[in-house]
Write a protein that binds this ligand. Structure first.
Ligand code: SAM
Length: 234
């Protein structure tokens, strides 16, 4: 599976950049090989390689296939970013679980991620994970969301949940049986500050707890995303 940035509308398409490197130098594709292409339109395309160069390849589109692997709801994870490899792991698993939007969250106790280069790195992880898990839509990486503004800016039509180790309700207690859009906020290693929790609740967010243990950022985000997916994905 290979991702094309440009929407696939023509009968033949050029594959270049990192995807061409993967196709030509990792998979060692040859003329006549079958590939699947996707372009974030929601569909995937059966195609055949008809020409190869050193840095690009040409593919002929055989068939457009409507294959949706999306959740029936929009699921946003707004999380303070963990460090190093754990960032990649978090983004990759969010893609696999069907999260539709990921927002790096800037809190009192976390560092910000405003550099476009860092966001591009996260977008690269999304493409790799989508190729692996066969999603045809990319999880969007949004701009950094900052507290306390985010508590009011997040759409109130969605169920807005904040991961809080001392909340009394479990996440599945808060999910209605009718599929509903969900936004989940997860705090940094040092946790949300008491003021941040209070402001969230004042803005209409509900706290939930994921068991009695303190989880790392990525574990909390993925446990909550998995609970939503388990409830609504069929
Ligand atoms: N000492 C911090 C605290 O008390 O919040 C621990 C922070 S934890 C490493 C990072 C984030 O994961 C928390 O801010 C919270 O959003 C979420 N989290 C961790 N364990 C949790 C649990 N058992 N239930 C709900 N959320 C949890």
């Amino acid at each position: 599976r290979f991702f094309l940035e440009t929407p696939i509308t023509a009968e033949t398409v050029e594959i270049d950049g990192p995807e061409a490197h993967h196709l030509l130098h990792v998979m060692r594709a040859k003329v006549g090989d079958s590939v699947t292409l996707f372009d974030d339109s929601g569909a995937q395309f059966a195609a055949e390689i008809i020409a190869v160069g050193r840095k690009s390849a040409t593919a002929k589109i055989i068939e457009r296939q409507e294959v949706s692997r999306e959740l029936p709801v929009s699921l946003t994870i707004a999380a303070a970013l963990p460090k190093g490899d754990r960032q990649r792991w978090l983004v990759e698993k969010c893609v696999e679980l069907g999260v539709t939007d990921f927002l790096p969250l800037e809190t009192e106790r976390s560092v910000s991620l405003k550099k476009e280069k860092s966001l591009d790195k996260l977008r690269g992880y999304v493409i790799d994970a989508s190729k692996q898990c066969e999603r045809n839509r990319l999880m969007r990486i949004g701009a950094t969301a900052s507290l306390p503004q985010f508590w009011d800016e997040a759409p109130a039509a969605a169920l807005r949940l904040i991961a809080d180790p001392v909340a009394t309700e479990g996440v599945s207690d808060l999910l209605p049986s009718e599929p509903t859009d969900v936004i989940i906020a997860v705090g940094p290693e040092g946790g949300f500050s008491p003021e941040e929790y209070q402001a969230a609740v004042a803005a209409g967010w509900s706290g939930f707890r994921l068991g009695k243990r303190i989880l790392r950022i990525e574990t909390a985000a993925l446990a909550a995303a998995a609970a939503v997916a388990a409830k609504y994905d069929r």
